[in-house]
Design a protein around this ligand. Structure first.
Ligand code: SAH
Length: 357
């Protein structure tokens, strides 16, 4: 079977070239061809020796997921449905803004965490994406959008910290000057709070971190983010503080989905302000994006404004995420792709202890 070069970071490529008996400087050349010029045809890599081009053509390939859907929202947000195998497709979303272009990518086909308000969870879980499938989303989007992709957020389908073996090499490619050359502050990993993963990311490849908080107490968070039963708030906040020791930014972003009558009361805002005194953070309020049979409603705008002002008056930095691309179901929590569920989510509840299976 051919080796897909999209799946290899600089260290991986160095190993591959060593096996081929090639010189280490080829790594830099090939990274540039593959990721900067996005060339997949080895015969066109004109500064490589003919012998190497032939070897690569015989033993390697550059293969991204296949695009099976490409939808443009009224606000310019663009969503791709990407087939990763016979049974599964995942989604990636490009969000253009005045001064930046953000690509939101997926890390798994489905998700095991089953957060109450998220449609990806309702699809169940099939498998981890490979490094090639993760970086392939950036590779494809860079080919297809005219504006520059200045930021990448791992906020699509799946829990990136449950797939770190494949996510870390993908992050390294995003940061590599011979590949995408993004700064650590412009690459964000979002987690529901997988503590061992936070510690590993901190030690191996610290990038900006967003944590999906969604509730200020264990009692409420247990019901919204079932993972909280395994990694409760006290421990999560301690892990955030450890992460900050090595993080490229001096704050953690806490994401907080605004659910009408559930977690959007004044009392919750005051509790969040207390948390902000323990961990340097910014809050990002996300108006809930509805999907069929979710059982939740979005907090009214007026409620979100008041919630934000309570935090602000307590000296806490807070932003409210603009809803983008919701007319094409590309907004946060609406990415469902097409997942062949192996967990049979609809017929049983996945116990939290299976998370590391
Ligand atoms: N598993 C990771 C990555 C997903 S990021 C995580 O939990 O952080 C997607 C973000 O959108 C998370 O903060 C998630 O909680 C939030 N989200 C999920 N469903 C949503 C919905 N229906 N409306 C708004 N935000 C939602």
């Amino acid at each position: 079977m051919k080796t897909n070069l999209l799946g290899l970071d600089a260290a991986g490529l160095a190993g591959f070239f060593a096996e081929l008996g090639e010189k280490p400087f080829r790594v830099r050349q090939v990274l540039r061809w593959v990721h900067q010029r996005r060339e997949s045809d080895f015969t066109r890599m004109s500064d490589l020796a003919k012998g190497l081009r032939d070897k690569l053509a015989a033993q390697a390939c550059v293969e991204a997921p296949r695009i099976v859907g490409d939808t443009l929202a009224e606000d310019g947000t663009r969503k791709w449905l990407l087939k990763v195998d016979g049974a599964n497709a995942v989604e990636a979303v490009f969000i253009p803004e005045a001064r930046r272009g953000t690509l939101c990518i997926s890390s798994q086909a489905g998700c095991v965490l089953d957060c109450a308000f998220c449609s990806t969870g309702k699809q169940g879980f099939n498998r981890n994406l490979s490094t090639a499938e993760i970086i392939g989303q950036l590779w494809l989007a860079s080919r297809l959008v005219e504006s520059r992709i200045s930021n990448v957020v791992m906020m699509g389908m799946g829990e990136p910290l449950l797939n770190l073996d494949n996510v870390i090499p993908a992050l390294r490619l995003m940061l590599d000057d011979n590949a995408y050359g993004l700064s650590r502050r412009r690459v964000t990993v979002s987690t529901a709070g997988v503590i061992p993963g936070m510690d590993r990311l901190r030690d191996e490849c610290p990038v900006a971190l967003a944590v999906s908080l969604h509730a200020p107490t264990d009692a409420l968070r247990d019901t919204l983010v079932p993972l909280n039963r395994r990694y409760p708030l006290r421990e999560l906040l301690a892990a955030c503080r450890r992460y900050l020791e090595k993080a490229p930014r001096d704050f953690i972003t806490f994401e907080y989905v605004m659910l009408d009558g559930v977690n959007d009361g004044d009392v919750h805002a005051r509790e969040l302000a207390a948390i902000a005194r323990e961990v340097r953070c910014k809050y990002n309020l996300i108006p809930f994006n509805p999907f069929p049979h979710s059982g939740f409603e979005r907090s009214p705008d007026e409620r979100i404004r008041r919630f934000a002002s309570i935090l602000q008056n307590a000296g806490v930095t807070v932003t409210t995420r603009k809803t983008r691309g919701d007319d094409i179901a590309a907004a946060c929590g609406q990415l469902a792709g097409d997942v062949a569920d192996r967990t049979r989510r609809s017929s049983r509840v996945v116990p939290v202890k299976e998370v590391h299976a």
